[in-house]
Design a protein around this ligand. Sequence first.
Ligand code: NAD
Length: 331
Amino acid sequence: MAGIDAVVTGAGGFIGGHLTRALLAEGKSVRAVDRKPVEEWYQIHDDAVNTVRDLSLRDACVQVLDGGAGEVYHLAADMGGMGFIESHKAACMLSVLSSTHMLLAARDSGVGRYFYSSSACVYAADKQTDADVTALREEDAYPAMAEDGYGWEKLFSERMARHFREDYGLAARAARYHNVYGPYGTWTGGREKAPAAACRKVAAAVLSGAREVEIWGDGEQTRSFTYIDDCVEGTLRLARSEVTEPLNVGSDQLVSINQLYAIVEQIAGVELSHRHIPGPLGVRGRNSDNTRIYKELGWQPGISLLEGLEPTYRWVYDQLKAQLDGRPHQV
Ligand code: NAD
């Protein structure tokens, strides 16, 4: 087995770029794969074997795992914030092609560990109707009523990974990420999630002198947000553990969207008025129950929203300023 230590798919995206960096820092050899041209990757790590392939095609999956791999981290997927996934259900479900073909290639090429990035969107919507939520436990995914489109694909693919473990002996692991944010993430263009959108809107107000930001809905919908460093650490711990059931990898610090904006404004040193407008909202409330991950791994995400939003806001502010000044920036 294993010419290469690790293969990361979706490496041109947000989490994949950070995960590739962490694996390289451990001294691992890494093949980083994405379908976007390398110049569009959010982070380009010259030490990795950067490979452009569309993994919806089976041949591409066979090629990137040719010779086997110690660890495979399958993160490639079509995704975005609520504004994207509520209006691109078919595109999100088509990620099943890369999930399927990567599993088949992993089974046939011999890999040590196979990690799949699932999502809190697998959880049943009827458990998330109240802003004052009961945090989601792993067993709440069934009976299934996942987020339409994106969530169903995630649930199907994590279940397929489970059956590849049971039937073919593939050492598959899965995490259910809860709303991950941080620098080098999507911050504009319609696929960004709430923390990046909040940072961009507040930075735009600071730079233009505006006194108001627009927020979708009444802003009382609640979420927890996970800083990227916690996400990467949870991914590595879980992938290398003996825990075979999917685990939440998410912060359990619950805030409303209005509170999220208040924290960003505190970091930016401004106080803005909030104009509430209609928009895609997703579930009313969602939080991560971390009882199981703590029991299994003796660890849980611990970086507070204030700590994580500081570097995120500074980074988004710099990107927006560079864009306004006509300088190079991440799009
Ligand atoms: P991202 O959009 O920044 O990165 C995903 C990358 O996958 C993109 O660069 C895209 O080009 C690539 N990709 C998509 N289809 C591909 C294909 N067929 N072949 C090759 N590359 C392809 O997303 P992210 O935030 O880094 O998310 C990574 C993973 O984590 C995804 O599977 C996502 O569903 C999951 N997830 C993320 C979050 C979050 O909050 N960011 C929450 C839950 C789950």
